[in-house]
Design a protein around this ligand. Structure first.
Ligand code: AMP
Ligand code: MG
Length: 500
């Protein structure tokens, strides 16, 4: 079925019946939620679309779910990972620079195509799926930017004051309906529609008033203190482009156009679990050699901050059967699966053999610190597929690899077009050892000192020392070719934008 035909089918189904679980949807069958797909509509191309509606709250309930009608070129045949990699120059899985790994990841992942229409407030933090075109001019009329007097600029003297007669008042929301003739002016409040024939506003503090006689000093400029119709947003032009995450200013802007509903991409579903025989969940007793599982907390936190709908699949033992079952379960319910542990040299073989059964997964040794080993690919189960990010087990390595690989990939899948993070320059307070040939993400504290940004490290930088992340407010990014840093050198820092 073509994408257009599929969209049409969804639309006509929407008119006919809008509710009820579908037997064709794996999640509905499993009682995870109720979606609105028609019977027999499962199409592997659109398998991400199987569940859209989540009527948790009336206000956030989608008004309507649809398939994003992408132009053909945006929806090519899905490339295999092998094909993507074959297009990547200098690809070496055993010494992969950070930028190359990101190049492969970003070329392989695609945005989900499910779209839902939400009321404006419910769309806060969601990704706009279609541009918002302004149906009106904002402001809709020329109006005053000040409390003062609206005048005809032609009446004003070039070099001397002029006295005009006040003939009425215009308020915001209550316009002056008369006509302003030569020698006349109108008292105006901020936001009031400019009275007919006037073009300039004199602020009230600048004039001298005696009864109805208003004296205006020389030196006024034509058009001053007047807001022009459409100067904020022009009718017919794009007010907001697709691919942006809607922030408070955006939802206010949409409201200023009188628009009550917007089309946003559906939420991304991400399943995650930890692997390791040594892991104990919070609430259980710690025996010798055990560690509490903290990765499921940091991962949950980061996924939640990103705006994903996450599913916690718990701790999975280092056992091929258990691992396979967990990966199958995850792939069946999510668009992406994020795991921690099981990809380090000693454990990768086990995971590698098992993964080969489920899909296409590559194992990388990335030229970075912390976070060298990582698995990436796509796995399939029960007719659905999910992107896989197999992160290392060390708690800092999990956060660093999530921040620098998974974050951008998930944002791309969400439809966001602004996935990159800015780097700032700061003066290093400390010397740092560093060898060229790998990227390092040291945890730092960025502070303004004597008008300049300075950065110092948080102390021990081991990849298991989670305290270094907790204390940090930035990463000091020491690039691939960078050598050692002396105190006083300038370094690049990446501010943690609230995600970690
Ligand atoms: P792995 O990558 O599985 O070899 O794990 C590397 C290190 O990270 C080991 O010391 C593990 O005990 C630790 N680790 C792995 N997973 C977790 C987790 N979920 N929470 C805390 N530490 C972990
Ligand atoms: Mg392990």
């Amino acid at each position: 079925m073509s994408q257009r035909a599929y969209a049409g089918r969804l639309a006509s189904r929407d008119q006919a019946s809008r509710t009820g679980p579908s037997r064709d949807c794996e999640e509905c069958r499993r009682g995870l939620r109720s979606c609105h797909l028609p019977r027999g509509s499962v199409n592997p191309l659109f398998d991400q679309l199987t569940c859209e509606a989540r009527p948790d709250r009336l206000d956030s309930r989608p008004i309507h779910a649809e398939v994003l009608n992408l132009p053909k070129r945006d929806n090519p045949r899905v490339a295999t990972l092998k094909e993507v990699i074959s297009c990547t120059s200098d690809y070496d899985p055993d010494a992969l620079p950070v930028a190359k790994a990101n190049e492969v990841i970003r070329s392989f992942v695609h945005p989900v195509s499910g779209v839902e229409k939400l009321r404006v407030r419910a769309a806060l933090g969601r990704v706009l799926a279609k541009e918002v075109v302004s149906p009106i001019n904002v402001p809709s009329h020329d109006n005053s930017a000040m409390d003062g007097y609206a005048v005809r600029n032609d009446d004003l003297g070039a070099g001397e004051p002029v006295t005009l007669t006040e003939i009425g008042t215009a308020y915001a929301g209550r316009e002056f309906t008369g006509e302003v003739r030569r020698g006349e002016c109108v008292r105006v409040m901020t936001g009031a529609v400019m009275p007919k024939n006037t073009d300039t506003v004199i602020m009230q503090e600048a004039v001298n008033v005696e009864g109805k006689r208003v004296t205006i000093p020389a030196g006024q400029e034509r058009g001053q203190n007047r807001r022009l119709a459409g100067e904020d947003l022009q009718k017919g032009k794009a007010a907001l482009t697709a691919g942006r995450m809607l922030r408070p200013a955006d939802i206010g802007l949409i409201a200023s156009l009188g628009i009550g509903e917007v089309s946003v991409r559906r939420k991304l579903k991400v399943a995650f679990f930890s692997t390791g025989d040594e892991l104990v969940s919070v609430g259980k007793k710690l025996k010798a050699g055990n560690v509490y599982d903290s990765n499921r907390y940091t991962l949950w936190g980061m996924l939640t901050r990103l705006g994903c709908e996450s599913t916690d699949l718990g701790v999975v033992r280092d056992d091929p059967k258990e691992l396979e079952a967990a990966f199958r379960k995850a792939a069946a319910v999510a668009d992406a699966v994020v795991t921690s542990g099981g990809v380090s040299v000693g454990e990768a073989d086990l995971t590698r053999q098992m993964m080969a059964k489920l899909g296409e997964v590559v194992f990388w040794k990335i030229a970075m610190r912390p976070g060298r080993p990582m698995a990436f690919g796509r796995i399939r189960a029960r007719g659905r597929s999910a992107y896989l990010f197999g992160l290392p087990g060390n708690p800092v390595a999990v956060m660093v690899t999530f921040y620098h690989f998974v974050r951008g990939a998930l944002l791309t899948m969400m439809g966001r077009t602004d996935a990159d993070l800015p780097l700032l320059r700061a003066k290093s307070e400390t010397a740092m050892r560093k060898k060229p040939g790998r990227t390092e993400y040291q945890r730092g504290i960025l502070e303004l000192k004597n008008g300049e940004w300075g950065v110092r490290l948080t102390g021990a930088q081991g990849s298991g020392i989670l305290r270094s992340m907790s204390e940090a407010n930035c990463f000091v990014v020491l690039g691939h070719d960078q050598g050692a840093i002396n105190a006083g050198d300038y370094v690049e820092v990446m501010v943690m934008d609230g995600l970690v």
